[in-house]
Design a protein around this ligand. Sequence first.
Ligand code: SF4
Length: 433
Amino acid sequence: MRVAITIWDDRVSPVADSAGELLVVDLAAESIISRRHECFEDDSLFHRAGKLAELSVTTLICGAISDFYSSLVQGYGIRLIPFAQGQVDEVLNAFLSGSLENWSHDTRDHLHNGLERMQSRMTKYQYLFGPVPSRRLGRSLGVDLTPYKTCTQDCVFCQIGRTTNKTLIRKEYVPTSGVIAELDDWLKTGGKADHITLSGSGEPTLHSKFGEVLAHIRANSAIPSVLLTNGSLLNHPEVREAAALADIVKVSLSTWDQSSYGWVNRPHPDLDFKQSVAGQKAFRDEYKGRMWIEVFLIAGMNSIPSDVAKIATLAELLRPDQVHLNTACRPPAEDFVAPLPIERMESLCNLFRPPAECIADYKGDGSIEMQATQEAIISMLKRRPCTARDIAGAFAMHINEAPKYLERLLQEGRIRVKRTRKSLYYCAAPEKQ
Ligand code: SF4
């Protein structure tokens, strides 16, 4: 028998839906034969349930769990023992002695209330999202500093859709005081994450006070901060000064000259590739923290080895601590963007110094994943109407990712919209006979 427990350090994770790690235990004749740890590398409940099935788990022991996730898990024929809590070894012993189900029943109401509190806590925030599981950053709390979708570029591979406000104007797009108040509330109410990441609906360095947000995180929390940036504004000294307040700065660099920059990143017309790279180099020379580079490769656009070697030469100038290679495994902004096969990605890693690591998620190509997620959303909406925010929360996706799925389902006539005074709800359309 193979039992999995969703864990947080050495305890059962209070909420299964957001647990990043599993303890997998093989049992025979009521004794433990082996135990090992596994991580959830994907951020949707659909894939989490699939991973349990792939691991041949027969019983899942967890804390509170949403109806939707439990139906996915049980759909794979996995026995579910929810509402367990405490040290992992105590819980395992209780399971082996046959007393766990009574015990977990006693804690059900308490934890169920906890889950509701947690869900309502995350849906009340306007500028925070997650924490979402991330392969490199663990559980990452996102901070969104720009309205959808405000960026200096309009990358063909962007996973949150086309840029609607392509700009170089730096200003306080969302009130810094509001962001800080939400962060304080999240920290005060016991928020836990491995990193706090400035990312979201566009380019965070466009926010004129992103440095204040980073300084506030540093002064009020021990959680390391991360800035995800396209690096296009690092030629401004004030942007470099603010960015240096992050513990990790991850810059994207996927092109090698102005033309390739034009067709892959579709920058604002006043952006100059050489100036941007010079700004990134100046930042590296001043910055004492960790600098990572993400290179996004697209089949037929920027992925032949001689072009990737040019990107690698530029990347080396920035003396990165890590280089990550990514490709379009999730639905990109443009349909013509195709992912690079994993063997091709791996063959390119050694062009970089230090050697790059492939972080693309190859569990399925974009269209298969989109189809699977659509089906899971429909199945959720058949049970109850949800807002886009509910759906983003259930699938651990960014709030701006949910509309991509909802729009397609609306076009296909598979869902419909219900308006209340306060919100827009989506529900499944009646099935055609
Ligand atoms: S990938 Fe990043 S830089 Fe490119 S358009 Fe999207 S948000 Fe902007």
